[in-house]
Design a protein around this ligand. Sequence first.
Ligand SMILES: [Zn+2]
Length: 336
Amino acid sequence: MKIFYSSLQKKHVIKKEVYNGKAHSYNDKVSRIDSILKAFKIAGNYEIVVPDILPYDALLSVHDEDYLKFLESAQNLKNDEIICPYVFPCDNRISRHEPFIPKRAGYYCFDAGTSLMNHTWSAAVASASAAYSAAMHTKKTGEATYALCRPPGHHASKNMFGGYCYLNNTAIAAKYLVRSGNVMIIDFDFHHGNGTQSIFYDSSDIFYLSIHAHPKIEYPYFTGFEDEIGIDDGVNYNLNIPLMPLCSPKEYFIALQKGIKKAFKIMDPDYIILSAGFDIEAGDPIGHFNMSIDDFYILGKELKLLNKPTIILQEGGYLVAELGKNVESFLNGFQS
Ligand SMILES: [Zn+2]
């Protein structure tokens, strides 16, 4: 299987985040990438491809131009400067008070856990490029591809960053693929993909199915409820399946199959994009489901049975020591 990844993605290095009001080590560590690459190297049957930088229009197909310009301006930060937004204009954004870094960095941000530094933009663009190249390859050949997207993307909306996400890699790939067919996104990250949901909430050519921890208990708290079904043309094209933390793998698989069955009644997609979050593993520092390495193999196998051209995009997964093995187990199941 072809793996899309660029070393530029390693240049985004943040040490700390604010979690429950306290300084905490940043969960989206560079070592996540090393863990995954190491597992691929040991397995020996993966080809790493460095993606070309995606066209700017691909970014504009999802994100507002002023938001992109803002993220790009973080390149002007000094080498050791990290900006962690902490003031957010939640209501009535007033245009005469333009956003700028560092003081109004919260203008386009929705949490205090996601920082900016001078390489954030280039790393995020490289991550989105990996997703875009994977989508191009799958469209051209029909082969399944995996993009090692880091920073992840599913929390980023058209004009907001947060949850370690800046550019919505999944949405960018979906916008590219939808030009030649319907797309179903299956998001199995522990956390609801609030950004992806918001981008496609009124769309009937891109279906968003998410199975995640219940937002009444877990991040992102404000979205991911069952009654969020889409609006306008998108009614019934958004399906959220919230599960209680610590649910068993058996419960998880039953819920997933139920969701897939329901989604396929509404849409028979030409392409599937998997927003693949491995923070559903037992022991993840910020995820609280109970999946094992063997469960990831089964998950890969079950999703392969849908028998569609599939793009697998890395989202969360923060138990660094196990992450690579889990990703490889999943891909192994998918290719079995
Ligand atoms: Zn997550």
